[in-house]
Design a protein around this ligand. Structure first.
Ligand code: NAD
Ligand code: IPM
Ligand code: MN
Length: 360
């Protein structure tokens, strides 16, 4: 990459605060590791509705499609949440995921020791927790036909074999790079789409004999995440189940503000966003935890730009900044978004000084 183009979509609420933090980190990484990044900023969500009446303006969609990667903050908020509203910020995000074809949403979960005290789980349960959720992102009930009349409403859930197969294959491939365990989550005792899901997972399992596969019903999985979270490795699920289970996993990790995500399709281009929302309750106060957004930027470096070393450097700088106790209020600290961001950048530079010293 001579100069990678990153489409920046700050969005609503704390979105602009956490994306600014992630961009500052990316700029430092680029300077230290000697590569060029070009950012272009675009509207999505509530701010886009206010500006032009639609949650995903055509200019934004086109810029994302033309980019090497998209970095997004969050969309939504009370201003646009009326159940009767004709357009919703969240529609913009869903339309973008569909337009980019990013069907596999990777949501890694590790527990930083400083955050562990904010987990509802006891410390002993948290030891060795290292999860990778692979959530199907462009199908299922999120995208099925929706109807509403005076008598009621309906949301259709449908999946094609191809949609199930491609996301499961991504899960298997990732499991091979990790601890070779894959848990497929479904509700096969009730839902037809889940029976197809399980059948497909069983068929594919034969092609990956080196990966240990198990099937869990989603209700039971919600419990197992709390009773023995360290036993799981890669967890693959359909769209809605993955949405719910990953907020549960974020609580296990200590704060929703910590978790990153990478949404990938078949090519290198991806959409990167923290898993949290626009947090209207703390927006505009400079106290949002930027860790999820910064970690998402690291995933962007790894998955879309092929910058493995730079990605690892950013992840360890973030880990070190949390280590030294630069914590935002969601983790019991008194530091703001900017202070944690500065600490991460400080660690990036001192790491690079150490690397240079070692080479010399
Ligand atoms: P939320 O994730 O915005 O907030 C839930 C709680 O977690 C709040 O108390 C919030 O203050 C806290 N929190 C979230 N992120 C944090 C951070 N980085 N640092 C510190 N605390 C943080 O969920 P919600 O309140 O249910 O939703 C608010 C809006 O966000 C809704 O409109 C929803 O649709 C939207 N949303 C958007 C995304 C997205 O853009 N990807 C994801 C989830 C929710
Ligand atoms: C997420 C969010 C979104 C989702 C909403 C805002 C559409 O909750 O990214 O987890 O449900 O996918
Ligand atoms: Mn969610």
């Amino acid at each position: 990459h001579a100069s990678a183009h990153i489409a920046l979509l700050p969005g609503d609420g704390i979105g602009p605060e956490v994306t600014a933090a992630a961009v500052a980190c990316l700029e430092a990484v680029a300077e230290i590791h000697g590569f060029q990044l070009r950012f272009s900023e675009h509207a999505i969500g509530g701010v886009a509705i206010d500006a032009c009446g639609t949650a995903l303006p055509e200019t934004t969609r086109a810029a994302c499609i033309a980019s090497d990667a998209v970095l997004l903050g969050a969309v939504g908020g009370p201003k646009w949440s009326d159940p009767r509203a004709p357009v919703r910020p969240e529609q913009g995000l869903l339309a973008l995921r569909a337009a980019m074809g990013v069907y596999a949403n990777l949501r890694p979960v590790q527990v930083h020791p400083r955050a562990a005290q904010f987990s509802p789980l006891r410390l002993e349960k948290l030891r060795n927790v290292d999860l990778l959720f692979v959530r199907e992102l462009t199908g299922g009930i999120y995208f099925g036909a929706k109807t509403r009349d005076a008598a009621g409403a309906s949301d259709l859930c449908s999946y094609s074999v191809a949609e199930i197969e491609r996301v499961l294959r991504r899960g298997f491939a990732l499991a091979r790079q990790r601890r070779r365990k894959l848990t497929s989550v479904d509700k096969a005792n009730v839902m037809e789409t889940s029976r197809l899901w399980r059948e497909t997972a069983q068929r594919l399992a034969a092609e990956y004999p080196d990966v240990q596969v198990e099937h869990q019903l989603v209700d039971s999985m919600a419990m197992l995440l709390l009773t023995r979270p360290a036993d799981f490795d890669v967890i693959v699920s359909e769209n809605l189940f993955g949405d719910i289970l990953t907020d549960e996993a974020a609580a296990i990790a200590g704060s929703l503000g910590l978790l990153p995500s990478a949404s990938l399709g078949d090519g290198p281009r991806g959409l990167y966003e923290p898993i949290h929302g626009s947090a209207p309750d703390i927006a505009g106060r400079g106290i949002a935890n930027p860790a999820g957004a910064i970690a998402s930027a690291a995933l962007l470096l790894r998955h879309s730009l092929g910058m493995q070393v730079a990605a690892g450097a950013l992840e360890s700088a973030l880990w070190l900044a949390l280590d030294e106790g630069v914590l935002t209020p969601d983790l019991g600290g008194h530091h703001g978004t900017a202070a944690l961001t500065d600490a991460v950048i400080g660690h990036l530079w001192s790491q690079s000084a150490v690397d240079t010293a070692v080479v010399a």
